[in-house]
Design a protein around this ligand. Structure first.
Ligand SMILES: Nc1ncnc2c1ncn2[C@@H]1O[C@H](COP(=O)(O)OP(=O)(O)OP(=O)(O)O)[C@@H](O)[C@H]1O
Length: 268
């Protein structure tokens, strides 16, 4: 029986010596990362630095060229069906585009993982559970019977979040959840993630370009540069590091504005 990472002290995600290559291009070269149980870890890095490839490796969509990955104590590419099932049931994923089935209503979308993993549940209970998740994600009950195309971009993100929460996973992967949202919608989505993380005790791996998100909700930030995680620490520590990408990102005009906005929010 593998240790499926139930001991509280162990990191919920552990990556060692990860190497990912595409032909002659090396995207990750000896990347190490720990994600601590119960934290929101923001993952940042320049465009093409390998954030999404890292997430794909963690959720088992890509076999790394080298290195070790443990998610909840399990190798995401394990051949053991029990391990794969354990991970599928314990992780929720929100892809950048939401990836909802366009021909299904929001309620049907949320029920997809429930049908797959709990076919024994009666239809009425599945419906009730879908309603609960939709409400948890901050959508009105009448969103349940709408098609994704009938929702705004922000509501679609919430619907996709509701689906990712369908199985009550302890671990959430979010790829740029606020991309494409206006600043007010993005701030509301940030608050929702923070609230859910606290209420449900979630661990969140969150890829973002959004500096406001980092300041508003991330407990720690992992910076990917030079094909590795060059730093993983609370934001206050990251800001002090003398690394060219970190300097440009956090101390450029947008970084200063986000910092000032966060300081103002704390004062009020
Ligand atoms: N399936 C693939 N085949 C070939 N190259 C790929 C593939 N997937 C990713 N890459 C390359 O790997 C690099 C990292 O891609 P990735 O999508 O992880 O970057 P990212 O940090 O998420 O970027 P962004 O912030 O722009 O979304 C890029 O140069 C990309 O072109």
């Amino acid at each position: 029986m593998p240790d499926r990472g139930d001991a509280d002290a162990s990191p919920i995600i552990r990556v060692r010596g990860l190497i990912n290559r595409f032909g002659a291009q090396t995207v990750h070269d000896g990347l190490d990362l720990d994600v601590v149980r119960g934290e929101i870890l923001g993952v940042v890095g320049g465009s093409g630095s390998g954030k999404s490839v890292l997430m794909r490796s963690l959720i088992g969509l890509r076999t790394p060229d080298e290195g070790e990955i443990q998610v909840l104590g399990v190798d995401p590419r394990s051949d053991d069906p029990q391990d794969r099932l354990h991970l599928e049931r314990s992780t929720g994923v929100l892809f950048q585009d939401g990836a909802l089935f366009s021909s299904l209503t929001v309620g049907e979308n949320v029920q997809v993982p429930l049908k797959e993993h709990h076919p024994e549940l009666p239809e009425s209970l599945r419906y009730e559970l879908a309603l609960l998740k939709v409400r948890l994600a901050g959508l009105p009950a009448d969103a349940l019977d709408k098609l994704p195309s009938q929702l705004s971009g922000g509501m679609r993100k919430r619907a996709a979040l509701a689906r990712s929460l369908a199985l009550d996973p302890p671990l959430l992967f979010l790829d740029e959840p606020t991309a494409g949202l206006d600043p007010i919608g993005a701030a509301a989505f940030d608050r929702l993630i923070r609230t859910l993380q606290q209420a449900l005790g979630l661990t969140v791996f969150l890829i973002t370009h959004d500096l406001d998100t980092l300041y508003a909700i991330c407990d720690r930030v992992a910076v990917i540069a030079d094909r590795k995680v060059v730093a993983a620490a609370p934001l206050a520590e990251i800001e002090r590091l003398d690394h060219p990408w970190i300097r440009d990102y956090f101390h450029g005009p947008r970084g200063r504005a986000a910092h000032a906005a966060a300081a103002t929010a704390e004062d009020t």
